[in-house]
Write a protein that binds this ligand. Structure first.
Ligand code: SF4
Ligand code: SF4
Length: 84
């Protein structure tokens, strides 16, 4: 998903991947010269190591960034429909 790919690492740490949603497990990661705490499955490149098998809580999570994108897509589709 483009928004998640472009999402700054600090937003991931703050919003969706600070810890595993079921176990709460964290690990230390080295990011831009800093040591941060994150979900055990978050890689240093900001990607989830178990993305295709991630828990339901991760799949269902919608942050403001994604919500804004969904709203834009919905408005775009409504405008296309009105024009046809
Ligand atoms: S769900 Fe939201 S906060 Fe998490 S990586 Fe995607 S855009 Fe960023
Ligand atoms: S399992 Fe993956 S998507 Fe879920 S919090 Fe951990 S790193 Fe993020």
């Amino acid at each position: 998903m483009p928004s998640c790919d472009d999402c700054p690492f600090d937003e991931k740490l703050l919003l969706c991947c600070p810890r595993h949603p079921l176990s709460g497990a964290q690990k230390s990661l080295s990011v831009d010269g800093r040591i941060v705490r994150a979900c055990i499955y978050l890689n240093e490149d900001g990607r989830c190591a178990i993305y295709n098998e991630r828990p339901k809580g991760c799949r269902d999570f919608v942050c403001d960034r994604l919500l804004g994108e969904e709203k834009s897509l919905l408005l775009y589709r409504l405008n296309i429909k009105r024009q046809s």
